[in-house]
Design a protein around this ligand. Structure first.
Ligand code: ZN
Length: 252
């Protein structure tokens, strides 16, 4: 007998009747929270959102549900001076976060997963999500980064574009990564308009020298990253969240 694979779909591609039938089979909405930010010479600038989306897809392959368009516009971080980094105001991102979550609840989703690939999302989520959960006890809101979303059960390591994030990337989207780009030789043109930021603004722990292969990174040497290292953690995270979601839906 053929086993029935859970179906997941992209929210924006569905018609109203299809969305209604999704709510019948798997009323689960995944919302990857990312942003556009310099992630070293070797990773794409959308790294955080891509990481969150690919993990959401891995969970949805087990549970079914819909994946929302990735939230690309986030706030806060230590890379505001870097080229290709877009930080928005907290007010703007908070407004979209809260409104959209409330709407998803109103439309009938029973489980909403807000997975943040960019760690400063954690502070915004901590400010808003406990209130939303208390207001809507009938819905399960799972929220946080890969370090926090499972509580104490599974806590992955995090960094910025260094060994951990590079390992997750090599596991989730190797086609977008170029490890050969980790080489010296760049100059001040790596900064917006060719101007390096003043030293007092530099973020502690982040490499600010474009001539360094590890420019923009914070954490252990990304050249020691591997897909296997990433896969080990991602598998534990995905299994835990899929089990949590299944358990909640079966209880209903
Ligand atoms: Zn990141």
């Amino acid at each position: 007998m053929q086993s029935l694979q859970p179906q997941w779909k992209r929210y924006q591609e569905l018609r109203p009747d299809e969305l209604a039938s999704c709510l019948q089979t798997a009323p689960v909405a995944f919302w990857p929270l990312g942003l556009i930010e310099h992630h070293g010479w070797h990773l794409p600038v959308g790294y955080d959102g891509l990481k969150a989306e690919r993990i959401c897809i891995r969970i949805a392959e087990e549970t079914g549900g819909v994946i929302l368009p990735t939230m690309w516009w986030g706030a806060n971080g230590g890379h505001g001076d870097f080229l290709w980094t877009h930080y928005q105001s907290e007010e703007a991102t908070t407004s979209i976060l809260v409104n959209t979550t409330e709407q998803l609840i109103r439309f009938g989703f029973r489980v909403i997963v807000l997975l943040a690939g960019h760690y400063p999302w954690q502070g915004l989520l901590e400010k808003q999500l406990p209130t939303l959960q208390a207001k809507h006890p009938e819905v399960l809101l799972l929220w946080g980064t890969e370090m926090s979303i499972c509580g104490e059960a599974v806590k992955l390591n995090g960094d910025h574009a260094a060994r951990e994030e590079t390992s997750y990337g090599l596991c989730l989207f190797p086609e977008l990564i170029d490890m050969n780009a980790l080489r010296p030789g760049r100059d001040a043109s790596a900064w917006p308009q060719g101007d390096a930021p003043p030293t007092e603004k530099q973020h502690p722990g982040v490499c600010f020298d474009p001539n360094e292969p590890l420019f923009g990174q914070m954490g252990a040497d990304s050249r020691t990253a591997s897909a296997a290292r990433g896969e080990e953690g991602i598998t534990r995270l995905v299994n835990h969240l899929a089990t949590t979601i299944h358990g909640y839906l079966e209880r209903e």
